[in-house]
Write a protein that binds this ligand. Structure first.
Ligand code: 6PG
Length: 232
């Protein structure tokens, strides 16, 4: 786990690494695919990436997960990426949403999975956040969709039901562990001491059956970037 002394330093490092990975992928294979998480950590990273001088018209952007709400809903991750990443130079990128306005999360997940199958596999770059409960993407501890999301043969997009009295508060759509863990450059960004302590315990093999423990076991090249909530 890399420790940065401020969120800004972590954000700059993450944006540089992700932009470099995409530029390298386009140079090597003519196209690139990036998947980004929602939440509060990545927005400044996406803003930095949007100005990166790379062939964005050869890049496809998608989501690590999505809240099953319309794109103009304040909780929408597609809205977050539209406003933070798909601006400036990155406005030229193609975007594959997970939420499509289908009648159910299952219908949207199946349609998104079909589109995601056209992406280069593995993903060239991906950015994850993590919750203090050890969730990443929309793979939550105790979720009835967790085992499906961890399965090696999981579909490329799965529906996640809202938790009854526990997260997530609304239905979600998520990429499965295997599609995330196989990314050529995979960053997890986390801020705050609670998440540092959780990551340290998990890295020490004490993460038990938390979703993030599965991620660390399955993605040995995961880069974990941590910073305090405020500059030290
Ligand atoms: C989401 C995210 C989710 C997020 C974590 C951490 O849709 O909310 O994909 O998995 O990454 O909850 O969120 P923060 O970055 O806000 O701490």
């Amino acid at each position: 786990m890399e420790r940065f002394t401020s969120p800004h330093e972590m954000e700059a490092a993450a944006a540089d690494r992700l932009a470099s990975a995409l530029a390298e992928a386009v140079g090597a294979r003519g196209r690139a695919a990036f998947a980004g998480a929602g939440g509060s950590t990545p927005a400044p990273i996406y803003a930095r990436m949007s100005a990166a001088d790379l062939p964005w018209d050869r890049v496809t952007v998608t989501l690590i997960d999505e809240r099953w709400v319309p794109r103009d809903h304040p909780d929408s991750n597609a809205g977050l990426l539209r406003d933070a990443l798909l601006q400036d130079r990155a406005a030229a990128a193609r975007f594959i949403p997970l939420q499509r306005g289908g009648a159910t999360p299952d219908i949207d997940a199946a349609e998104a999975a079909r589109d995601l199958a056209d992406l280069p596999a593995p993903l060239d770059a991906a950015f994850l956040g993590m919750g203090e409960d050890g969730h990443f993407a929309s793979l939550f501890p105790g979720s009835p969709a967790l085992s499906a999301g961890l399965a090696p043969d999981a579909p490329l997009c799965l529906p996640v039901p809202a938790g009854a009295g526990r997260p997530p508060p609304q239905p979600r759509l998520t990429l499965p562990l295997h599609a995330i863990a196989d990314a050529r450059v995979l960053l997890l960004g986390a801020r705050g001491h609670a998440k540092r302590e959780l990551l340290e315990r998990t890295l020490a093999g004490e993460g038990g059956d938390l979703p993030v423990a599965h991620l660390l076991r399955r993605a040995p090249h995961l880069q974990i970037l941590w910073s305090p909530e405020t500059p030290q």
